[in-house]
Ligand binder design. Sequence first.
Ligand SMILES: Cc1cc2nc3c(=O)[nH]c(=O)nc-3n(C[C@H](O)[C@H](O)[C@H](O)COP(=O)(O)OP(=O)(O)OC[C@H]3O[C@@H](n4cnc5c(N)ncnc54)[C@H](O)[C@@H]3O)c2cc1C
Length: 287
Amino acid sequence: MNERADIAVIGSGPAGVSAAITAVVRNKKVILFGDMSSQSKLGKAHQIANYPGLYGVSGFELQEALKRHLDALHIIPYPQKITNVYAMGSYFTLLSGQEQFEAKSIIVATGVSFGKPLPGENQFLGHGVSYCATCDGMLYRNKKIAVIGYSKTEEKEVNFLAELSNKLYYVPLYKEPVAVDSRCEIIQGTPAAINGSKTVETLSLKSKEGEKILSVDGVFILRDSIPPAQLVEGLAIEENYIVVDRQMRTNISGVFAAGDITGTPYQYIKAAGEGNVAALSAVSYLG
Ligand SMILES: Cc1cc2nc3c(=O)[nH]c(=O)nc-3n(C[C@H](O)[C@H](O)[C@H](O)COP(=O)(O)OP(=O)(O)OC[C@H]3O[C@@H](n4cnc5c(N)ncnc54)[C@H](O)[C@@H]3O)c2cc1C
């Protein structure tokens, strides 16, 4: 078990990095989660024209500058993806696979890359649909599953599931070459719907060759980001965004949110600004 932090920041885009910087400057023990080595949304902008003082930098250059800022303050991001946060009374427990972390307050800065849920996804959540291989993999021992991977970083999880299941269809939704366990059958196509009666029975896909229907017991959806209501139970959500006040407080005491996840406009400066406010609010909550 890791030492309990004052503030856990989930997400290492401009909102999360800004929150972590402000909290450390205010002498708080911070733990920042997010994989800054991968090509994040932050790194994708070709040229940024609207960040004050940094006219014309690329997203990649901004990402490198943020990493240098974290280095200077000795903040080392944990690359783990947090899959669940549980309120424990005076603190929160964060889960990432088998690992557990604790913090007295939480800042959710996970961005909005979870996209729209697939038809059937919400209906079958917990009844054949899962977001976490390590948490739910054992339930599918010797069963047939489909795994939808939104980025190459998910391949580790896919290999873990391949060891457990008796048949694994892997649907990669990224451009890089796929390198997964030879037991996986790779399926090219775009997921269209998850179907079943009480539990999942099929995953249908659209492809160049026409509709494909995979008969499965479960579907794992491995995205960069988990819908916030799944991440933190009880969080108030409106139109897929976390509801916050001007201090970036959510409806749960000790939980704050910042960046794209709180709504439009999707902009670096808005994300960084909200991260700063969320951290100051967390500091005063702790005080
Ligand atoms: C191609 C492109 C160009 C853009 N150009 C501009 C521009 O020129 N100017 C501008 O102002 N804005 C631009 N944007 C918008 C800008 O990128 C976003 O508004 C900004 O990145 C939002 O920051 P954020 O911190 O809220 O979220 P993000 O940048 O999305 O960061 C969230 C991070 O959290 C991580 N994460 C998510 N869930 C978890 C979890 N459960 N555990 C651990 N980590 C997690 C994600 O992997 C991600 O790295 C552009 C966006 C794109 C896609």
